[in-house]
Design a binder for this molecule. Structure first.
Ligand SMILES: *Cc1c(COP(=O)(O)O)cnc(C)c1O
Length: 465
């Protein structure tokens, strides 16, 4: 499979190079040159397969030419062997038509593990035996940091530096990062805000001296391999609810548009998807874009669903690329307009294409809490606030009564105990496998909110090998 950029002028790469590159050199995002199709018999044949075999069938066309099926299977076994549930992403029934797809059984209790555990395996495989080391540098306000650290801890040819704002992440979130004591993991607590930390990371990536000394790689970059891993669970859930002979709707709590874009790819590959619901909180740029064509960045309002508190959704560019008829020049012009003015309007013909598959809903804090309580009282499930945003949108969806509606449950409730307790009156306990988190040794470096100090620390530690 070849990979091309959404902005049309970066070199075409194979899967290995696209995975290692992250962002394309023209500022665009890599996408496969064509969507592979599964016939109805191929989809029917997935019915009895376990998660790893499903993953191999779905991902094989995307890695063709770089990894054999056996190599891919070995990587999937290693990645998904670390999940605490044998089904990896089990389906749970809430009522006669609503289902939860639990994506939080990985090591850090958020759905990002599904993609990042595989990405860690891919990085190590692609760097093995070479003389190239990569240095991952990121800033986190919580979830991404721990998932990325768990994915690369102890791996050869990779080191990771993760900046977090000191005192501004929860104790659970900090300890999930700082108790990983592998020598290639470096946690840095910055005296400053998340935005300060993020700005330092951006500056480092543009710093020629730093770039000459280490091969920098971004963990929050929009890596195709992350999306690819997420296509699998749409098929895994879909065949269990009757695909290819029955249509399924999915509701997806959305931030960067990565997870829901994977659902779009599943539909392009042949999964009968009746609707994809883009569920946002009050930071609703995607809802405005899909309903009114108004894609304009505002200010972020902090909510009980921090992983969805975004200004812009980087992966939306991948959808726009398809909606434009894969016209890289058109996307380059649209994104240049957006970069200049922080706003663009999406042409009506492109919107009409999107609305055939997507719908959207904006869910405020009260609606979120109501859905959380409904799941608890009527469905017997304590869910996290992000999943509750998805469920609220799913329940508002107007669709044929015989279409099952699957809400993606993106985090374990114990990751957000305060918000869950506020809405439900119940404080979710940490799962047993994390039970001793508060007894483990922590290791991290405290640094002032000063770019030169942070850069000097990273370059010195990187040079120590
Ligand atoms: C990252 C995240 C999301 C948003 O996913 P996107 O792929 O960015 O749309 C939703 N819920 C949780 C818990 C997350 O960590």
């Amino acid at each position: 499979m070849d990979y091309i950029s959404t902005r049309g002028s970066a070199p075409t790469l194979d899967f290995r190079a696209a995975t290692l590159a992250g962002l394309a050199s023209d500022g665009g995002l890599y996408v496969p040159a064509a969507w592979p199709r599964l016939g109805t018999d191929d989809i029917r044949a997935l019915a009895g397969l376990d998660y790893v075999e499903t993953a191999v069938r779905i991902m094989a066309p995307f890695v063709a030419g770089v990894l054999s099926e056996d190599e891919l299977r070995a990587l999937c076994r290693a990645a998904y062997g670390r999940f605490s549930h044998d089904a990896v992403t089990p389906l749970v029934q809430l009522d006669h038509r609503h289902w939860l797809l639990e994506l939080f059984h990985g090591p850090t209790l958020a759905f990002k593990d599904v993609a990042l555990q595989l990405l860690g395996q891919l990085f190590e495989t692609f760097l093995a035996g070479g003389d190239r080391d990569i240095t991952i540098v990121g800033a986190t306000s919580g979830d991404t940091g721990s998932a990325a650290i768990e994915a690369v801890a102890g791996r050869e040819h990779i080191r990771i530096f993760m900046l977090h704002p000191e005192g501004r992440v929860s104790d659970v979130q900090r300890r999930q990062m700082t108790t990983v004591l592998a020598p290639n993991v470096h946690n840095i607590a910055i005296d400053g805000s998340f935005d300060d930390a993020q700005a330092m990371v951006k500056r480092l990536f543009g710093d020629e001296e730093a770039r000459n000394r280490v091969t920098l790689s971004a963990v929050n970059s929009i890596n195709w391999a992350r999306l690819m891993a997420q296509i699998v669970y749409y098929f895994y859930a879909g065949v269990r609810l009757g695909a290819p002979d029955r249509e399924i709707a999915f509701s997806v709590p959305t931030g960067n548009f990565g997870d829901v874009f994977a659902g779009y790819v599943a539909a392009q590959m042949g999964l009968p998807v009746a609707k994809l619901v883009v569920a946002t909180n009050v930071n609703d740029i995607l809802h405005r874009a899909l309903t009114r064509g108004d894609y304009s960045a505002g200010h972020v309002t902090p909510t009980a669903t921090p992983s969805m508190d975004i200004q812009v959704s980087s992966n939306f560019e991948r959808l726009l690329f398809d909606l434009s008829g894969r016209d890289g020049g058109a996307i380059r012009r649209m994104m240049a307009e957006f970069d200049a003015s922080r706003a663009m309007s999406i042409p009506e013909d492109m919107l009409a294409g999107a609305r055939r598959l997507f719908s959207s809903a904006r869910i405020d804090g009260d609606e979120m809490a109501l859905a959380l309580r409904w799941a608890q009282e009527r469905g017997g499930q304590l869910i996290d606030p992000h999943s509750a945003v998805g469920l609220a949108a799913a329940r508002a969806l107007e669709i044929d009564a015989d279409v099952p509606v699957v809400t993606l449950a993106t985090a374990h409730p114990a990751k957000f105990p305060d918000a869950v307790e506020r809405a439900s009156g119940v404080r979710p306990p940490l799962p047993a496998r994390l039970g001793n988190l508060f007894d483990r040794e922590e290791r991290y470096e405290k640094l002032p909110g000063d770019y030169d100090a942070v850069k000097a620390y990273i370059l010195a530690e990187a040079a120590r090998g």
